[in-house]
Each structure stands twice: as structure tokens, then as C-alpha cells.
Design a binder for this molecule. Sequence first.
Ligand SMILES: NC(=O)c1ccc[n+]([C@@H]2O[C@H](COP(=O)([O-])OP(=O)(O)OC[C@H]3O[C@@H](n4cnc5c(N)ncnc54)[C@H](OP(=O)(O)O)[C@@H]3O)[C@@H](O)[C@H]2O)c1
Length: 326
Amino acid sequence: MWRYIAGTIAVGSVTYSLYRYFAGGVCKCPTRLDGLVVVVTGASSGIGKALALELAQRGATIVLACRDIEKGINTKRDILAKLSNKNVKIFVKPLNLASIASIIKFSETLKSEFDEIYALVNNAGIYYHPHTVTEDGYEITFQTNYLGHFILTHNLLGLLKKADHSRVVNVTSQAHKQVNSYDLNAIAKSQTEFRSHSVAYGVTKLALILFTRYLSKKLLNTNIIVNAVDPGTTKTDLLRHSPYTNNQFLYVLQWPIRVLLAKSPCQGAQSLLHCLLTSNRSTGQLYTDCKLTLPSALASDDKLAQDYYELTIEILDNKFNTESEC
Ligand SMILES: NC(=O)c1ccc[n+]([C@@H]2O[C@H](COP(=O)([O-])OP(=O)(O)OC[C@H]3O[C@@H](n4cnc5c(N)ncnc54)[C@H](OP(=O)(O)O)[C@@H]3O)[C@@H](O)[C@H]2O)c1
């Protein structure tokens, strides 16, 4: 009997310790953002939605940048229902990162409606999306996760420069470590082919860290700091296109991983929140579990960061002008 009780307590303690360990850090910054405007892309679900709620609870004015307006309106309703202060302003605006025309329209709307922006959170992302070429001629994962955010950030720099202090946060992933320089540069040769879904995703996340690194240097003497965040493995809809998630047998097998090792969206949003609230004004860095961490060697290469920035402008082939804002 006692053995049974002791065994149960031991297993329970180990399980709970593992759960706490993988839940990651919690943002403890007391900072409020009353009235400051924060733009969150991909705010209609998962980490973006959880972040928007955390920010609204700190008084920020939120722009939910959503591909699906219905989902955006539902997100706004869900957030407002959880707020004690009903005066917090939440706007839902259409943004499809897989369309340069949509990004330009979204940026123009913001320029006409807001005087300044405190923060831009480049959070939207896709993984395992079926191979598709966007209306602009790019592979869809590459445009949604990286190119779209690259253009959006440049288009909003003017509004970010008008705030006293402002921040750009690029949401990346551990997957950036699985990419080599051949895969990264293969993009230059063919914008529509990747070896696999994980390479497609990893390239975009590496590209976002390189972008963070180079843009932070370009903006060193301005009010804008630029950082990247890896939220950690989180239970969201990110793998909605994956055959492993859609196969019932494999889904059941993955159950312990999801329950024990994956964060809730609120836990996944903590490092993003920390990056937006911390008084530490270091720039060009990578955060995870609410702490600074080191990216891969490739992602830490300043020369590569500059080369890739220039290559991105070449790939965009005059579809937009970075010099107008930067
Ligand atoms: N979950 C993880 O384990 C994990 C780990 C590391 C990094 N991340 C990163 O965290 C970020 C958030 O992902 P999540 O896990 O919260 O997944 P999610 O629940 O699937 O959220 C992704 C968001 O991106 C939006 N989106 C997709 N394509 C878009 C487009 N073309 N234009 C505008 N918005 C678009 C989605 O909109 P719809 O609702 O309309 O589809 C959704 O709101 C992503 O950048 C992801 O790579 C996640």
C-alpha cells in the first residue's frame, strides 16, 4: 500500500517537474503600456491571440492584423470578454502576408489612422503548408513567414520612429538551427522549391534572425530596438497542415508530448511579452523563456546577415522601396 502511494507521489512529482520545466519562463515585468499602439500579426489564434490578451490587460491599444476578418472579430470579442477595463481599444484590420498588395494596403491604413506605433510583433507563421506559389510569385511559407514581414516592417518604420521608444519583435523558432547555408541561399536560385517542409520553415526562421541582426544595426542610432523571440514548443494550430497531426493514430501517439512538453498559448506568449516590456534595451538579440539566448552560428554571422538583407531586396526586385523608410 505504502509502496503504491510512494510510487504515485514520485511519478506525480517527476511529471509535474517536467511540465513546469517545459512551461518555460514567465514574464514578471510590471510595465504597463496604457494607450501605446501594438500591432500583432497572426493575432487570430495561438500565441498571437494569447499575446494580444496579455497586452490588452496592460492597457495597450491593439491592432489585430488578421488574414481572416471573421476570426479577428471573434478574437476581439473573446479578449474584451476577459478584460475588466472595457475601455481598452482593439482594432481588427485585414492583412494577408502572402500578398504584397494587402501588406501595402494595411500599412497605408495604419499610416492614416495612427500617429505612431510602439511595437510591431511579426508573429504570423505557417508550417507544412502545401506547396503553393503566391500571387507575387514566391513560395508561400517563404513569403508569409519572412518576405511579408520584411516588407511590413519597412513600411511601418516611419510610424515606429515617431514613438519615444519602439520595438520590433520577430517570432522565430529552434527550427532555424536545422538549416545550412546551401538551403538558405537556394532561395536565391529558385523561390519556389524547397527540399522539405521543415527546410522551408527553418529557412524562414533563420532569415528572420538574420533580418533582426542586420536591421538592429541599421537602426542603432534610432529609438527602435529589434529582437527575435523563440516561443518554444506550444500547443497551437501551427501544424494544421501536417499529415502527422491529421493522422488519428499518430495524433494519439503524440498525446504525451502535447500534454507534458508543449506550452499553452499563454505560456508560449511569455517571451514575446517579456521582449516588449523589459527595460533591457539591447538590440539584435534572441530571447527564449524570457531570457537572452544564443542563436546558431549561421544566425550569428554579421556578414551573412548583411548579404541576406541585400539578397532579399534583390529577390523583391523593386516590388517595394526600403530606402523610403529606413
Ligand atoms: N507553436 C509552436 O510550437 C511554435 C514554436 C516556435 C515558433 N512558433 C511561431 O509562433 C508564431 C505563431 O504561431 P502559432 O503557433 O500561434 O500558430 P497558429 O495558431 O497557427 O497562428 C498562426 C497565425 O498566423 C496567421 N497567418 C497565417 N498565414 C497568414 C497570412 N498569409 N497572413 C496573415 N496571417 C497569417 C494565422 O491566421 P489564420 O488564423 O487566419 O490561419 C494565425 O493567426 C509563428 O511564427 C510560429 O512559427 C510556434
